[in-house]
Design a protein around this ligand. Structure first.
Ligand code: ADP
Ligand code: NI
Length: 221
């Protein structure tokens, strides 16, 4: 099968599977990550089919909605790619990438180190969608979904939280910027990703400035 045909079939499958997904992980998130992946891939030496498939399939089954089961996503992707007869080497690599993206919170527990240029690239594309204007929107959407406060000056952010504390935390959404989103810029892997992250990072800093000005009534006449 040709590259374009594999990608088309995968898009159809992902759209269909994510029909009822929540806002932060819906088809449009996948589409943005897919487009960003293709843009970055033009500037980096990677296997184009592997990164495109991994971008499309990386959130195919969020463990948050499968009783924390992190194996559902990789398995769903593997079965699908087998069914359309993608070659085994490509499937194995795509599945490893998805495992690694979704196992990100339990790395030290049960994952042997795996890395590839393709994984790093798709990770960058996914992280870029968590920052900038879209990142702001997704964070408040998630906070609303969890019924969290926007901001509470008496609950300071804790950027040094452990992963366990982070999962349990019910902190206001503004804290998420200091605990995660503002740290992503320095975690970018590819040169292209780093460049793209700069503007989005600065946008979040400007956004926070304005947020506190309005919160503190500084611009009132
Ligand atoms: P990914 O898209 O990498 O799988 P997550 O599932 O952790 O990431 O998060 C999805 C979106 O929800 C991201 O934009 C992220 O910033 C946001 N989000 C996750 N946790 C929180 C939180 N505690 N407060 C606000 N937003 C959050
Ligand atoms: Ni994602």
């Amino acid at each position: 099968m040709m590259h374009s045909e594999i990608i088309e079939k995968t898009i159809t499958f992902v759209k269909d599977t994510l029909k009822n997904a929540e806002g932060g992980h819906d088809w449009f998130h996948i589409e943005r990550v897919f487009n960003t992946t293709k843009s970055i891939a033009r500037h980096e030496q990677v296997d184009g089919l592997v990164v495109e498939l991994a971008a499309l399939l990386h959130d195919i089954a969020d463990p948050k909605f499968h009783n924390g089961d992190e194996s559902v996503g990789p398995k769903t992707a593997q079965d699908f790619l087998n069914s359309i007869k993608v070659d085994e080497k490509t499937i194995a690599h795509v599945v490893k990438i998805i495992q690694h993206m979704s196992f990100k919170n339990s790395l030290e527990k049960n994952q042997k180190a795996f890395s590839s240029e393709e994984l790093k690239l798709v990770q960058d594309a996914d992280r870029l969608d968590a920052i900038g204007a879209i990142g702001v929107a997704r964070a408040f959407n998630y906070g609303g979904f969890k019924n969290r406060e926007l901001h509470n000056p008496s609950i300071p952010p804790n950027p040094k939280m452990t992963k366990e504390e982070y999962k349990k935390s019910n902190a206001p959404t503004i804290n998420h910027f200091y605990e995660k989103l503002l740290l992503l810029k320095d975690q970018m892997n590819t040169e292209t990703g780093k460049k793209l992250a700069k503007e989005r990072h600065q946008f979040m800093l400007d956004y926070l400035d304005q947020f506190y000005k309005e919160w503190n009534g500084e611009q009132l006449p």
